[in-house]
Write a protein that binds this ligand. Structure first.
Ligand code: NAD
Length: 499
């Protein structure tokens, strides 16, 4: 049975005309489970106009009112996260505990946004000139657009939406067309939390809907997360249309293992960060840089751990890793495995063979795959594969490892494994990457820091959530005020100076 999945115009499901549609699959079985409406530019326009009306009212809502809504939303999300996680498993394929994990990380952003009274404080300077005070106020932008990827159907929307709403904006979000339902469920929770109608809106679609958002004059900003070519496109088109844009792109995250590292810790980390969510995480480790003297031992330990991993349907007990998101993506990732073999890398563990638990034979499964002796010119090294394929590149030492990381066009996350504090400190200071782990393979920042990569992993200069998120979703107004004491200087056409 398939369900129709459609847009949300504020609190209501879209009842307007349906045009083009696309299919949503259960990746574990390969079955079509949903038919998704794809918005055209008229639909996007109707939803943006509704959001624009609501933004005026919500932008004037008191901080006390916004705080109440955010706390209520936090409680509802906590209570309903199990249902949303089941939806994510059914459309994305990741395991149930992993889906709960992404919602929990999103909840942290909601908790940050609950401190709206604290985060929206402006500055105040008393008596900057005689009888004159200066202060700043943070005001909402109006309608903000969010365009999210398939791999975190709840967490990535939650990086932006709670902060945008706390700051007094109305949101139009376009989720990935591959797993669109979680955002509809989250939007319904905002309604239940008491958010006024029209402040949170969902438009489903593909390039046509994205282009309509990018070009719409009432959409003031775009927060995009996805692959690098689309991030660059969204950034350039959005900026050309006069918007502020933060566009987070792809990744190729390296983990450098020095000879003094705890090799069991490093092997656990490589497996966890390489194969969690089937490698479909922007912070996944896809390259292990192993210093030659410990490389054989490290590869042996990684392979031994991989033999214990279980792949299967995400609700099955004891399953570590689910399928890939679509048949097309599975074919692409398998193509990379074939390219790695053809290029002469050593295939240590071949994920094209083996069984999975649950799902069906038509599920989009590839088991964990390990290559050793990968060289930087091979496509399995140069390209973001975004699947359960881990590459080991052998390096002579620290310098060669850091050079490879810095030469890589992506700069999202990286990690060093070592027991040498001096090496770790040098690494954190000199590596050209936005998020760094020291004996931590997935260094995803807490909500009160900000998430963002460098180089081709981010277009625009503002990272997600934390105070950078607040900065992105507000405009600062600087006010200079004089309350009389009616004495004043009379006419003076000179530039204002302070005394
Ligand atoms: P994607 O770029 O294919 O899609 C992202 C969004 O853009 C979707 O909403 C999609 O509908 C839209 N889109 C796709 N093609 C488009 C086009 N031609 N024109 C306009 N819009 C278009 O990415 P994906 O496959 O959904 O997600 C995986 C990618 O996202 C990976 O590259 C991953 O590294 C990246 N990602 C990055 C981060 C980060 O924080 N840097 C986080 C999560 C995912």
């Amino acid at each position: 049975m398939t369900t129709r999945i459609t847009h949300r115009l504020g609190h209501a499901s879209w009842t307007g005309p349906a045009g083009r549609t696309s299919e949503v699959f259960n990746p574990a079985t390969g079955e079509v489970t949903g038919i998704l409406d794809l918005a055209d530019s008229e639909t996007v326009d109707a939803i943006v106009r509704r959001a624009d009306e609501a933004a005026r009212e919500w932008g004037n809502a008191s901080i006390a009112k916004r705080t109440k809504v955010l706390f209520a939303f936090r409680e509802l999300l906590e209570a309903r996260k199990g249902e949303i996680a089941r939806t994510i498993v059914a459309e994305h394929g990741k395991t149930y505990p992993d889906a709960i994990g992404e919602i929990n990380r999103g909840l942290e952003v909601v908790e940050f946004a609950c401190g709206v009274g604290q985060i929206l404080k402006g500055g105040f300077s008393d008596n900057v000139s005689t009888d004159v005070d200066a202060y700043s106020i943070l005001q909402p932008l109006g309608v903000v657009g969010v365009i999210s990827p398939f791999n975190f159907p709840a967490m990535v929307p939650l990086w932006f939406v709670p902060v945008a709403i706390a700051c007094g904006n109305a949101v139009v979000i376009k989720p990935s067309e591959k797993d669109p339902s979680a955002v509809n469920e989250i939007a319904a929770l905002w309604e239940e939390a008491g958010l006024p109608d029209g402040v949170m809106n969902v438009v489903h679609g593909d390039k046509e809907a994205v282009d309509a958002l990018l070009d719409h004059p009432r959409v003031r900003s775009i927060s995009f997360v996805g692959s690098t070519p689309i991030a660059r496109y969204v950034y350039e088109r959005g900026v050309a249309a006069g918007k502020r844009v933060q566009a987070l792109g792809g990744a190729k995250n390296h983990m450098l293992v020095l000879p003094d590292a705890d090799l069991d810790l490093a092997a656990d980390a490589a497996v966890n960060a390489g194969f969690g969510a089937a490698g479909e995480r922007c912070m996944a480790i896809s390259v292990v840089l192993a210093v030659e003297s410990i490389a054989d031992e490290l590869v042996t330990r990684i392979a031994a751990r991989m033999a214990r991993l279980r792949t299967g349907e995400g609700n099955e007990d004891g399953v570590d890793m689910g399928p890939l998101v679509t048949r097309q993506h599975l074919d692409k990732v398998r193509g990379y495995v074939e390219a790695g073999v053809a290029a002469g890398a050593t295939l240590v563990v071949d994920g094209r063979e083996g069984e999975w638990q649950g799902g069906s034979k038509d599920g989009f499964f590839l088991l964990p795959t390990l290559f050793d002796r990968v060289r930087p010119e091979m496509s399995i090294y140069t390209d973001e594969i975004f699947g359960p394929v881990l590459s080991v590149v052998r390096v002579a030492g620290y310098e060669e490892g850091v050079r490879l990381i810095d030469d890589n066009p992506f700069g999202n996350g990286t990690a060093i494994f070592t027991n040498d504090g001096g090496a770790a400190r040098r690494f954190q200071r000199e590596v050209q990457v936005g998020m760094v782990g020291i004996n931590v393979p997935i260094p995803t920042p807490m909500a009160y820091y900000s998430f963002g990569g460098w180089k081709h992993s981010l277009f625009g200069d503002t990272h997600a959530h934390g105070m950078e998120g607040v900065h992105f979703f507000t405009r600062t107004k600087a006010v200079t005020a004089r309350w009389l004491d009616p004495s004043h200087g009379g006419l003076n056409l000179g530039f204002p100076q302070n005394d």
